[in-house]
Ligand binder design. Structure first.
Ligand code: SIN
Length: 182
């Protein structure tokens, strides 16, 4: 089994895998349009985390990481990830395009669609940043989620400009009293 990570699964890997491949999926946009009440926020004061929305451009890309799970670990990893992603995410099968060497292949990802009750939807980068900078939950601060994802994507796919992610990172840093201002 292969699983695609485009959010916390990119940088917080608490499951067993045998291989990791960088690449992208097509036809989606990565957006901080999902509330988190179990990881980066709490009920009543939700944080914001990423989900995928359909793009009008079938060729738009979301870069991330595909993890290959060994057959004997599939049940345990699936149970673990289903629990970890329980706040609104469902599984979907999509085509993954590896950055190099391999042919495209099908894999599973977790997506939070508009129908789930924690769907937050569109908001300005400034408003999302204000929410992020003041939110935290059992897994840690919401700003840590944004900073770690931005740093990981910069390292994994240095030439890829993810405007939404990097503008949000910059907006959160501007509001974050603990962030070094350069
Ligand atoms: C993912 O990382 O692929 C799903 C969204 C998240 O947990 O941040």
């Amino acid at each position: 089994m292969w699983v695609f990570g485009y959010g916390s699964l990119v940088w917080k890997v608490d499951f067993k895998y045998e291989r990791k491949v960088v690449g992208y999926i097509k036809g989606y946009l990565r957006r901080f349009y999902q509330h988190s009440i179990d990881h980066r926020g709490v009920p009543g004061r939700p944080g914001r985390v990423v989900t995928l929305i359909q793009s009008n451009n079938p060729n738009s890309k979301v870069w991330g990481v595909a993890y290959k799970i060994r057959k004997e670990d599939v049940d345990q990893v699936t149970q673990h990830l289903d629990f970890r992603e329980k706040n609104g995410y469902i599984k979907r099968t999509v085509t993954f395009h590896p950055k190099e060497a391999l042919e495209p292949f099908e894999l599973t990802l977790y997506v939070a669609t508009e129908e789930n009750e924690s769907y937050a939807g569109e908001a300005s980068i400034e408003d999302i940043a204000k929410q992020v900078v003041t939110s935290q939950g059992p897994s840690g601060t919401n700003k840590e989620y944004v900073y770690n994802l931005a740093a990981a994507m910069r390292e994994l796919a240095p030439d890829v400009e993810d405007d939404h992610l990097f503008s949000l990172e910059a907006a959160v840093r501007r509001l974050d009293p603990d962030s070094k201002k350069t």
